[in-house]
Ligand binder design. Structure first.
Ligand SMILES: Nc1nc2c(ncn2[C@@H]2O[C@H](COP(=O)(O)OP(=O)(O)OP(=O)(O)O)[C@@H](O)[C@H]2O)c(=O)[nH]1
Ligand SMILES: [Mg+2]
Length: 431
């Protein structure tokens, strides 16, 4: 899950950061050297060469004078030793004579020296600084320049940002991230980067922080505490729908297993009377899990099956009714009308859209259309275990403004994960 998107995002963000850095940094290119600069460099080289020659001559002279020098040095060694001893004694005497106040000042100066120096220097004008020796002046100027250079002087224009963002945009699109999600990421990044003086040492960090914040907001859609909601009404009716093969029947079986684990009783309605093998399929799950399945014959009225299941739940004090429906594309008017009828008759407490995460943007588009026609309360995304891209998982709830309840992560009953924002961010490398 997310492996592909994570890698793509990582490299796209790194390229994006580099391009932003290049854009806001003003580095003189090597090619742009003027003829005067070239001439100066040549002169410097020559000077270096003559300096080397001079040093060679000096070295040879020193070698020749070495024996004489050694003799002289030995003779004076004793003399120098005695002299330095005298100087040290004198220094010690003077040090002892000094006022204790002065000693204290020296001590604090050592600790706060730097701060005092900065404060002292800040008070000086450029002219005052220039009055000092050239070397000192250059050194100090360098220090203040460094402080000023933390923030870039050049800023990123809106036009340049759009140009640089293009690669990141393509990466997100290739990984099934919906257009509206990309737009949000882009707008958020723009706010952080465009026409702003940036801390040149924190450009990558700024970009990563902005992306993390955007993703947090994108996946943060009104959560539902499902177990708590289920306890509010009896029987609690849930209807599942989506396009063909999206994983509805398998998800219903996994949901039933999850409810059993939470000590809730369940009945399932085989309201897919459209596909021949659908009734057998859900019955098989019912047998495996020890759950009653309400069914009629193939081609029967699906709404009537749902109605029967609710009646059975009421009569047997069952907590939850799960209604399986036939797969249908939003564009199939007859089947959509049939679904509307099921919804009208069963009046579900929760309408769940089951989407196949592998189908990416198509799934998100279908979900949007379902939402407009019959309303979606929550989402289950199946096949997340085989979805390497992950863009649809990020996009679905943002586009619909509805929470993702569970993710199908395999073919077994226990391969059903409660949606965790934290885990999604972690899998994308943002936590
Ligand atoms: N790897 C994986 N496979 C899944 C998952 N969920 C469902 N499948 C498989 O997807 C296929 C279709 O699943 P179904 O549950 O029959 O889908 P459906 O939406 O009920 O299909 P129709 O009723 O024909 O519309 C089956 O082979 C399932 O085993 C999942 O989370 N992971
Ligand atoms: Mg099915």
């Amino acid at each position: 899950m997310f492996g592909f998107l994570k890698e793509k995002l990582k490299s796209a963000v790194s390229i994006f950061s580099k391009k932003v850095e290049e854009e806001v940094e003003e580095r003189p290119s090597k090619k742009s050297k003027t003829p005067e600069k070239k001439e100066k460099q040549k002169e410097k080289k020559e000077a270096k060469k003559t300096k080397k020659e001079k040093e060679q001559i000096q070295k040879e002279t020193i070698e020749a004078e070495k024996p004489i020098k050694e003799h002289k040095e030995k003779a004076h060694a004793k003399e120098i030793k005695e002299e330095s001893k005298k100087i040290k004694e004198q220094e010690l005497k003077e040090e002892l004579k000094k006022e204790p106040k002065e000693e204290k000042k020296g001590f604090f100066q050592k600790i706060f020296g730097k701060k005092e120096k900065v404060e002292e220097e800040i008070g000086k004008t450029e002219e005052e600084l220039k009055e000092e020796t050239k070397e000192e002046y250059e050194e100090k100027k360098g220090f203040f320049k460094k402080v000023g250079e933390i923030f870039t002087t050049k800023t990123l224009s809106d036009e340049k940002f759009n140009e640089i963002f293009f690669d990141l945009e393509v990466s997100l699109m290739e990984n099934n991230v919906a257009v509206s999600v990309i737009e949000k990421i882009k707008d958020d990044l723009k706010k952080e980067l465009v026409n702003k003086k940036l801390n040149r040492y924190k450009i990558t960090e700024t970009i990563e922080d902005s992306l993390k914040k955007s993703l947090q907001e994108i996946i943060n859609q009104n959560e539902i505490d499902i177990i708590n909601s289920l306890k509010q009404k009896k029987p609690y009716v849930i209807c599942f729908f989506g396009i063909n093969g999206s994983g509805k029947t398998t998800s219903i079986a996994k949901f039933a297993y999850y409810l059993q684990k939470n000590k809730m009783s369940v009945v399932m309605a085989a309201a897919d009377t459209f596909r021949a093998a659908a009734i057998d399929q859900i019955e098989k799950h019912g047998n495996n899990l020890g759950i009653k399945v309400i069914k009629q014959q193939y081609g029967a009225d699906a709404a009537a099956v749902a109605f029967d299941a609710i009646a059975y739940a009421k009569a047997h004090n069952i907590d939850v009714v799960l209604i399986d429906t036939a797969g249908r594309s939003h564009s199939n008017v007859n089947l959509m009308d049939e679904l509307k009828k099921i919804i009208k008759v069963s009046n579900p407490d929760l309408k769940i859209f089951v989407g196949d995460s592998l189908t990416g943007n198509d799934m998100v588009e279908q979900a949007e259309k379902y939402n407009k026609t019959i309303g979606v309360d929550a989402i289950i995304l199946s096949k997340a275990d085989v979805d390497e891209k992950g863009g649809a998982i990020i996009s679905a709830s943002y586009v619909l403004k509805k929470p993702i309840l569970f993710m199908g992560v395999g073919q077994n009953y226990e391969d059903f994960k409660e949606f965790s924002k934290k885990e999604v961010l972690k899998n994308l490398g943002f936590q």
